[in-house]
Design a protein around this ligand. Structure first.
Ligand code: ASP
Ligand code: MG
Length: 722
């Protein structure tokens, strides 16, 4: 058994009744059904007016108007003898109405509507029976006698097993003396819940003219959305505090009988609406809705916010007050309530504004701007970048109002482009199935389709990709790169790229090229810009060397070669680790650092003294490792000597003001010794330390983990979102 209830606007006229008939016929095909209906819209108000009308002529006129509305429906729904019979039946009821005592008038509306519906279904050959709710739903002392009512309903439906569809008027009942009465305005919902509980129904559907319960009254808050799932308790609180979509007493019978009920939209039957149940599919801490009620007597309105399993009342209260204050609304007291319900009193003139402000704060995600991103390079960093974008998308959207959409991806062999977005979990497969990337095909594809504001990320080690940066800028793309090779170019080329970006209104960010996500470049740039230039930069930024030097324990555990091989395995070094040992990679970093400080340094301005002599460099890798083993005792001796004087060696890139040098700065990369008074002494693992001395401010030390794909990927995301 199931119960379907239709509200007044769902049965307002013949057209709407036809929609109801379709919905109910589909329901009857599934299961035996009780249809509970309200009076046609406006009817109950009209009947109240009729009951109060003293002037007999006026009263007769009002009854006539109501009669002709119902006649109109009957004429549209029925033909021939059925139409005549329907009109005769209605006329009989209207005669009763004319003679009825004032207080009984209001109870006729549901009789009219349900007699029409019952006859219509009978005509459609549905085995139908009209039930007289006045005999079944009984009140005592103004409240429903539930036990008696349930027993009446159950015996009524079991007594007629041949019936597929029972049609029952909502709203009306009779009291202990057998006099007809009502369940209160909006009471048809309650009737439906009583029928459901009494008939032990497995489902209850309340059909109305909005898509279920909504996060706010959509007439007050256009951004309100329907609530898919809600608990009995939260639904009850909303209903009791102003949500007109549900008559509050409805909840109790359904809850006690354990019947989950849905609230659905007659005009959009496919919309899932709202499911009210004991175990709603909601996360703890989720917000359900905001309602308000005017208390005219007290000259105030109470706004009510309801959630499910709210973990902290205090922080919710703070947000409510902040939202109101942001909207310039002064509340009339503190936030009150208990459990998951929050109440705040405001002046009636600002009631709607307060509801809107609280709705904005708790229900409206700030507008999210989508940043389309193409990623060149799907090695360790690229993979991590794609993974992190997937993991943190929601959080970034919530906090920054922006979301990253990956729309293109390439490695050295293949590429794929999809403007609708490539989901991180399908990236591998999409790329494998992608197109041939040879001959710069990826950049060609990017240029052909890039949407406005798109970002091109270069996380390759490609020596030549930068040759296409200018084209990308001209094509309207922004560029984020972690590829040092794209920046460690001759200064004129570097400057030309930056100019190209500027001229095209694009951004060009490469903060990860030195120290990954550490804020080194941005600090230098801002220091350099607000002083008379940088005095000195000293940077220990070779993670390979840091790894070896800080990890070395005099060959007790690991030899130099072992450490170096491990660094290589962990992806810390370049393909040939000697690129790092020889200072080539540090050189790139120093060029980038210096240029950020406004010094147009060139590679050959830098004096490099590698940690190892020239004999280590020209030879094949195997030979190199053999030589390294031979060299080890010397290295051990040197370490011992340093230990004795409590000093440590670091591979430092430095830029120092020197009027005699070209560009006014002297640039060096070499091993240097430091005592415990220097921050360079205290480096562990792959940590980076950069020291910036500027004219006015005290030395700035930027220290932190500098290496690893995770940090590189994080830094790139920072650059994209900056
Ligand atoms: N017709 C009644 C009213 O307008 C009951 C209902 O619609 O639920 O209050
Ligand atoms: Mg109603």
């Amino acid at each position: 058994m199931q119960v379907l209830k239709f509200g007044g606007s769902s049965v307002a006229d013949a057209t709407r009744m036809s929609q109801v008939i379709d919905i109910v016929q589909a329901a009857v095909a599934r299961d035996r059904t009780i249809l509970v209906s309200s009076a046609i819209s406006g009817c109950t108000d009209a009947l109240i007016a009729i009951g109060q009308e003293q002037d007999p002529a006026a009263r007769a006129q009002q009854i006539d108007a109501l009669r002709s509305r119902h006649h109109g429906i009957a004429r549209r729904l029925f033909t021939g003898v059925e139409r005549d019979a329907m009109i005769a039946e209605l006329d009989g009821l209207f005669e009763e109405l004319s003679a009825a005592p004032a207080e009984a008038c209001v109870t006729f509306g549901e009789l009219f509507s349900t007699r029409i519906l019952a006859r219509k279904f009978a005509c459609e050959d549905v085995p139908t029976k009209w039930l007289d709710s006045r005999q079944l739903v009984r009140t005592l002392g103004g409240v429903v006698a539930e036990g008696l009512t349930y027993a009446n309903i159950l015996s009524a439906v079991t007594a007629a097993p041949e019936v597929r569809l029972f049609v029952a008027p909502g709203f009306i009942a009779s009291d202990g003396d057998g006099r007809v009465t009502t369940l209160g305005r909006g009471g048809s919902d309650y009737s439906a819940a009583l029928f459901a509980a009494g008939a032990k129904a497995s489902a209850l559907e309340i059909w109305t003219d909005v898509p279920g319960m909504m996060t706010a009254n959509p007439k007050v808050v256009p951004a309100a959305v329907s609530i898919p799932d809600i608990s009995y308790k939260a639904a009850l609180t909303l209903a009791e505090n102003g949500a007109k979509v549900l008559y509050a007493p409805t909840v109790k019978p359904a809850m006690e009988a354990g019947i989950a009920f849905s609230i659905k939209n007659t005009f959009d039957p496919k919309h899932p609406g709202t499911l009210v149940s004991g175990r709603p599919a909601v996360k703890a801490g989720e917000w359900m809705g905001v309602t308000s009620l005017k208390h005219a007597d007290k000259g105030e309105s109470v706004v009510c916010l309801v959630g499910e399993s709210i973990p902290s009342r205090a922080s919710a209260a703070v947000r409510i007050l902040a939202a109101l204050s942001e909207a310039g609304i002064q509340p009339l007291g503190e936030v009150t309530g208990e459990g998951d319900a929050f109440f705040i009193r405001v002046r009636p003139t600002v009631e709607n504004a307060a509801v809107g402000a609280i709705h904005r704060e708790f229900f409206e995600a700030r507008a999210v701007t989508v940043i389309p991103v193409f990623i060149a390079g799907y090695g360790a960093v690229g993979h991590e970048l794609v993974r992190l974008v997937g993991l943190s998308a929601d959080r970034i959207a919530a906090r920054r109002g922006r979301s990253i959409r990956i729309i293109g991806l390439a490695n050295s062999r293949r590429f794929t482009v999809d403007l609708r977005g490539i989901r991180p979990e399908e990236a591998d497969a999409r790329l494998e199935a992608g197109e041939n990337a040879a001959g710069g095909a990826f950049v060609d594809a990017v240029l052909a389709c890039a949407p406005r504001g798109a970002v091109f990320v270069d996380c390759t080690n490609d020596e030549r990709l930068h040759e296409r940066y200018a084209e990308l800028f001209r094509g309207g793309l922004n560029i984020v790169t972690s590829n040092r090779r794209s920046l460690a170019l001759p200064f004129v080329q570097y400057a030309a790229l930056k100019a190209e970006a500027r001229q095209n209104g694009a951004f060009f960010r490469y903060d990860t090229t030195v120290g990954n996500s550490l804020p080194i470049l941005e600090s230098i740039a801002s220091d350099a810009n607000c002083s008379d230039g940088i005095e000195a930069i000293e940077a220990v930024v070779s993670c390979t060397l840091n790894y070896i030097i800080t990890g070395y324990d005099g060959a007790k555990r690991d030899s130099l070669a072992t450490l170096l091989r491990r660094a290589q395995d962990e992806g810390l070094t370049e393909a040939d680790p000697r690129t790092d040992l020889g200072g080539k990679d540090v050189l790139r970093k120093l060029l980038i650092l210096a240029r950020e400080a406004g010094v147009p340094l060139e590679a050959d301005d830098v004096e490099i003294t590698p940690m190892l002599g020239p004999e280590f460099f020209g030879c094949p890798l195997d030979e190199f490792y053999a030589k390294l083993a031979e060299y080890e005792p010397k290295f051990v001796a040197l370490e011992a000597e340093l230990d004795a004087v409590d000093e440590r060696r670091r591979f430092v890139a430095s830029l120092r003001r020197d009027p005699a040098a070209r560009h006014g700065y002297r640039a060096e990369i070499k091993m240097q010794r430091f005592g415990p008074d220097s921050p360079f002494y205290w480096i562990s693992g792959t940590e980076n330390v950069t020291l910036v001395r500027s004219e006015y401010s005290a030395p700035l030390v930027i220290k932190g983990a500098g290496e690893g794909v995770r940090l590189a990927a994080t830094g790139i995301i920072k650059d994209i979102l900056m």
